[in-house]
Design a protein around this ligand. Structure first.
Ligand code: 3HC
Ligand code: NAI
Length: 701
């Protein structure tokens, strides 16, 4: 037995502690140690029952083993769990903290389960493009019924122990976390003295009972649209169906086959990439475990508009007091009223109680006076996107804020160095770029300015976690990571309109690829006017291309600002978006004026031109050191721009297709699109270097 398991016998009980910090991931070493411990307990005549425990119990299979030979190295998890179910002595899982994936399957293979209060139990494999592969799809339906099991597995979100009891996943919840093991021992003694079987009879021996004959076919049909492009949910359904139609042993066999397929799928590779990308994003040069953190108990937000209100809600949701500052009383009232309305919608949807609404509102206060910001630990500015206005705000903050307060700007495009420079404390200034709606979107771009101190960076990264955001660090440049890469993506969508594609074709090609929204619908949502104003500030960089977002400029001139004026690239009839022949005519006219020949354009060309322009810019950003790593860029697009997680993000997609292929396609458009191609389809120099060096991964070289 190796150090991954601690084994001891107390009275007549074998106590097997899993000991592989931090989360008892069931890697090969732990599986081996567990198998040996089980065999030892089975063979010890002094042992009448076996208790498995761990702190936390276990987060499941070791995700880093997937796709490697270690994943199925013996003893495999299914093997260990089958052995566990074959023992003649009662087995009991004492679940502390969490039992996820294979960790919960380990508990399900035990005859009995007791959980600590607050412990979380779940089968989140679906989030990794997998299905439970160690008996979960077969044993859970027999424990709670097929439909409940299916929902639980497809949902992928852990339940608290108390709810898990109600569902029938665990039998008992301990009184206290600290007494879990004692209570587990007492439970085991009860089982021994009552002569309880090692494995009790399954409550749902026929898990399909009560289901209609077409249940699984209907289920697949009902979800077909939502699961488009994915395969893991369908595999889960197939596995649970097998639990209903086959004896346990054959069902386990079917599950194993489906798991092997899932593990080898591009979808799972993408989602595993996302899992590790999220953990990697927190590692930032210059920030270590020793970096001092500042305390943030009081937050202030300047500007109670669209962004300021949403930003404030994030902190109130996390129990942190927020002061909102505005210039005028009406604007402040409007902002606070809007926040209340947003919370009221959550109450109506049952996501918040009326008491919680009041508690959150009580954490929010408004002011017109900067003096009220004197004791704020963090101030986030969200006023109009204008450098002079923002600089004026920061000058004032420099006057009134206490030493050590963190001064942040929510600017989406402006130079954070230029904002920091007007203060006497540029080391305390940082960009915190929230995405709209700020209380919903998970992404937070943390913009590290030239002089931002490691303490300020580390504090905001920790705070981001506390308010449930995925923080990605960016350097200073126009648009930071996301908006800078989004610009060429938008440019191509506009240009394709001139070349002959219709708005619907462009957006559909992108949504078919998996994007939540097409680029042109996004333009209408964000505001044709906003896009125009951004271009106005950047004419010097785009003037050499007379076709550059020309249609957007023309729509702006017509006052078609998008959804808010009920007309933009599309027309809006109520909530419905409809194509407008006027826009097609406009595109034809502009194309004629610019000498652009219109032609039939394939969906493939649309996706390649939009996406590859974005990826090319991403490679350039990496080269410039604006993004720290390619996986950070993926997180930006998955969490801020509606890219599908099951594709892993644009950079991961590029790696999957092969960098040499990417380079070849970019070079193809460079040549095929003539002068326009020459202007915009130059491969990023680092892409060429990566291909020359034979690299498969996008990394700085
Ligand atoms: N395998 C390998 N490493 C894991 C892991 C796992 N299942 N779960 C967590 N880790 C690692 C993380 O990578 C991280 O490592 P790092 O410090 O080197 O970056 C460390 O453990 C701590 O994790 P977090 O930073 O995420 O810590 P949190 O406390 O925020 O979250 C958690 C802990 C809730 C366990 C979260 O990590 C999580 O959700 N893990 C994944 C759980 C999961 O999906 N389990 C199913 C696996 S698939 C499976 O079991 C297949 C089976 O059916 C056969
Ligand atoms: P908004 O116009 O809805 O709100 C701005 C608010 O700031 C208004 O309520 C205004 O009264 C107030 N304000 C203006 N000058 C002020 C001052 N000197 N002192 C105090 N309050 C002042 O604008 P929005 O959309 O909230 O944008 C704010 C910032 O957030 C901008 O920098 C914008 O670029 C950025 N941003 C906007 C996103 C969006 O989708 N709307 C997304 C991400 C960032």
């Amino acid at each position: 037995m190796n150090e991954f398991v601690h084994y001891r016998v107390e009275n007549n009980l074998a106590l097997i502690a899993l000991n592989r910090p931090p989360v008892n991931a069931l890697g090969q070493g732990l599986r081996e140690a567990l198998q040996q411990a089980l065999e030892r307990a089975a063979g010890d005549t002094n042992v009448a029952a076996i208790i498995l425990y761990g702190s936390p119990f276990s987060a499941g299979a070791d995700i880093s083993e997937f796709g490697t030979s270690a994943s199925h190295a013996q003893p495999s998890l299914p093997y260990v769990l089958n052995y566990l179910t074959s023992l003649s002595k009662p087995t009991l899982a004492a679940i502390e903290g969490l039992a996820l994936g294979g960790g919960l399957e380990l508990a399900l293979a035990c005859g009995y389960r007791i959980a600590a209060p607050g412990a979380r139990l779940g089968l989140p494999e679906i989030n990794l493009g997998l299905l439970p592969g160690a008996g979960g799809t077969q044993r859970l339906p027999r424990l709670v019924g097929a439909e409940a099991a299916l929902e639980f597995i497809l949902h992928g979100v852990p339940l608290k122990a108390e709810r898990a009891v109600a569902l029938g996943i665990v039998e008992r919840v301990a009184h206290r976390v600290e007494s879990l093991l004692d209570e587990a021992c007492a439970y085991a003694e009860e089982l021994i003295s009552s002569g309880a079987p090692a494995q009790p009879k399954a409550p749902f021996e026929e898990p399909e009972k009560g289901l209609s004959t077409d249940f699984f076919t209907d289920y697949l049909q009902r979800h077909a649209q939502r699961w488009k492009g994915r395969q893991a949910p369908q595999r889960v359904v197939a596995a649970v169906q097998a639990a209903c139609e086959l004896p346990l042993e054959q069902g386990l066999q079917r599950e194993a086959e489906l798991f092997v397929e899932a593990e080898a799928s591009a979808e799972s590779a993408a989602l595993r990439h996302v899992f590790f990308a999220e953990r990697e994003a927190g590692r930032v040069p210059g920030v270590t475990a020793e970096t001092q953190l500042r305390t943030v108990n009081k937050v202030a937000v300047i500007g109670a508009g669209t962004m300021g209100g949403g930003i404030a809600m994030n902190f109130a949701n996390a129990g942190i007091a927020v002061t909102l500052l505005e210039q005028k009383g009406e604007a402040l009232d409007r902002g606070l009223t809007q926040i209340r309305k947003n919370y009221e919608i959550s109450v109506q949807r049952g996501k918040l109680t009326a008491d919680q609404l009041e508690q959150r509102m009580a954490l929010l206060s408004g002011t017109l006076d900067y003096a009220d910001l004197a004791d704020a630990d963090l101030v986030i500015e969200a006023v109009f996107e204008n450098l002079q206005i923002k600089q004026q705000v920061f000058r004032t903050l420099d006057e009134v804020c206490k030493p050590g307060a963190i001064l942040a700007s929510n600017t989406s495009t402006l130079d954070v160095d230029a904002i920091a420079a007007v203060t006497r404390r540029p080391q305390d200034v940082i960009g915190l770029h929230f995405f709209s709606p700020a209380n919903v979107m998970r992404l937070l771009e943390v913009v590290r300015a030239r002089e931002t101190s490691p303490e300020v960076l580390a504090t905001t990264l920790k705070l981001a976690r506390k308010i449930g955001k995925i923080a990605v660090v960016s350097g200073v440049c126009f648009g930071f990571i996301g908006n800078r890469m989004f610009e060429p993506y938008g440019r191509e969508a506009y240009r394709l309109l001139l070349e002959g594609a219709s708005p619907t074709q462009i957006d559909q090609a992108l949504t078919e690829h998996g994007l939540a929204m097409g680029m042109l619908a996004v333009q209408d949502l964000a505001g044709i006017d906003i896009g125009y104003l951004i271009r106005e500030s950047r004419r010097q960089y785009i003037a050499h291309d007379p076709s550059y977002c020309k249609l957007g400029d023309a729509l702006y001139a017509e006052g078609r600002f998008g959804q808010k004026t009920k007309a933009g690239i599309y027309r809006y009839e109520g909530r419905e978006r409809v194509e407008d022949p006027h826009v097609i005519e406009l595109a034809k006219r502009l194309a004629a004026e610019l000498g652009i020949e219109r032609r039939k354009i394939s969906d493939q060309e649309i996706v390649e031109r939009c996406l590859f322009s974005l990826i090319n810019e991403g490679i350039q950003l990496l080269d410039e050191g604006i993004a720290l790593r390619s996986s950070d860029i993926d997180l930006v697009f998955l969490n801020g721009y509606g890219f599908p997680a099951w594709r892993g993000g644009p950079m991961h997609e590029a790696e999957q297709m092969g960098l040499d292929n990417l380079l070849a396609v970019i070079n193809y458009y460079r040549q095929a699109l003539g002068a326009y191609g020459e202007m915009w389809f130059k491969p990023a120099p680092m892409l060429q270097r990566l291909v020359d060096a034979g690299k498969q991964r996008i990394e700085k070289i």
